[in-house]
Ligand binder design. Structure first.
Ligand SMILES: [Fe+2]
Ligand SMILES: [Fe+2]
Length: 196
């Protein structure tokens, strides 16, 4: 179980302990190694690689790029893992790797269609290339994060946390991109976390 200061912060009002996942999502836009040391201890080396950094050049959900998406999913997964006593490091890292593919999924290119089914395989291959052989939980989390599109469900609680966090973040990202009112509200929250 993580005990670093950044991890403890997640149990404060507005954190995952209250069930307010959207607060944790907003915080993922304002991560600060000083305040979130528990999270960064798990993923700092990965966040520093060109393979992860370059995800910023791909659109994921309209106005949100892929780096922001995987970071949000990773932070939310970390918070869920912490809350439920799971393997936080494995969960946070698997989430960061779950969409590690390098193409625009909207392009009319049949080499990556159907995208929903195929991209977990591409991400797994790229994650193996980046990290070497992966443990079973990480492999499963990447392969099955699109469940229920992939018929078999996630096998481990950590994989399920990645899959649920992915859906939560995707929904927020679409709403952020499509609703001016929601965007203004979330932006205010993000600003508040940034100025903490
Ligand atoms: Fe995905
Ligand atoms: Fe995703």
């Amino acid at each position: 179980m993580q005990t670093a200061r950044g991890s403890e912060g997640l149990h404060q009002p507005g954190g995952i302990g209250t069930g307010r996942l959207h607060e944790t999502y907003a915080r993922s836009f304002a991560l600060n190694p000083e305040h979130e040391s528990g999270y960064f201890a798990c993923v700092a080396d990965l966040l520093d690689t060109p393979e992860i950094k370059c995800l910023a050049s791909f659109e994921q959900h309209l106005d949100i790029d892929r780096l922001q998406h995987v970071t949000s999913v990773s932070y939310l997964t970390f918070a869920l893992a912490l809350k439920f006593g799971l393997d936080v490091r494995t969960a946070a890292r698997a989430a960061l790797l779950h969409d590690l593919y390098y193409y625009d999924w909207r392009e009319n290119d049949w080499s990556h269609r159907p995208h929903g089914y195929l991209h977990p395989r591409f991400a797994l291959k790229n994650a193996n290339a980046l990290c070497g052989p992966l443990d079973k939980k990480t492999e499963n989390a990447i392969k099955r994060h699109m469940w229920p599109l992939t018929v078999l469900p996630p096998k481990y609680p950590e994989s399920l946390a990645v899959s649920l966090a992915d859906k939560h973040c995707a929904a927020k990202e679409l709403r952020y991109s499509l609703s001016k009112k929601y965007r203004a509200r979330l932006d205010r929250k993000i600003e508040a976390y940034r100025s903490c």
